[in-house]
Design a protein around this ligand. Sequence first.
Ligand SMILES: [Zn+2]
Length: 240
Amino acid sequence: MKKKIAIVKLGHIDHLLNIDKIKNWSSSLFEIVHIHCIDYLPDSDVEDGYLDKKYTRNGLSEKMKCPTDCDYAIGIMRYRFEDNFYLHRINKKCGVISLNGIEDILRKESISLENFIIKQIYEIVALTHLVGDMSSDEVYKYVHLDTRGCLFDMNGERTDILYNTEKPIICDSCREAFRKQQINSDVVKKLERELPKIRKPFIISIEKKIKKYPLLSVIISALVPITLSIIANLICELIE
Ligand SMILES: [Zn+2]
C-alpha cells in the first residue's frame, strides 16, 4: 500500500523549486496527498549572537503536525539546522529538509533541488517500512556512514549528496536488512525500479557530456554529417 505523504512548505520556498514536480512524481510506494504551507516561522531558537535563522529539532517540532490521513509529513525550509545537516526527524511522524547551501552543492553536477527532495522522500518512505517509530534511534541501524551511492548513505560530509541523489541504489547490505526484517520483497523491487528514474533531463545529460568531453563532441559533430552524406549517397545509388 502506498504511504501517504504531506509536504509542508516552511516559509517561502516557491522561488527555490517547482513543488508541482514533486507532487506529481509517480510512485507505487508513496503519494503526496497534501501540500500545506506555514507562512510564518517562529524566531530562531538558537541564540548564538548571529542574525541568521537556524533551528533545532525541538523548535520546529511544535510547529509541524502530520495530518491525520497521512503516514508522514515532510517539511521543507530554506533555513538551516543548528548542526547544518539537511534532514532531521523532528517527531514520530514528521521530518524536515533544510535546503540551506544544498543548491550550491548540487549545481556542480546540474542536479535539481526537486530530485534532491524526491530522493529524501524515498529514503523516508523506505525507512518507515523498516522502523516502527521514526523518531527513535533505530533508524541508525539502517543508514551507513560510508558512501556507496546507496539510498541509505548517511552523507555526513554534505557534498556526498552528489553521489546518491540521482539514481541511488539499494546496496547489498541494505537489501539484506529488508530481507531480515521480513519486509515484503515488493518494496525493494519497487525501489530498484523507481530510483533510477531520479535523474536529470536528457538534454542536460548531453550538455554535461559535451562539457566533459569537448574534443569527442567536436569529432562526433564532424562525423555525423559525413556519415549522413554517405548514407544519402548510398540510398540514391540504390534507387537509381
Ligand atoms: Zn546501503
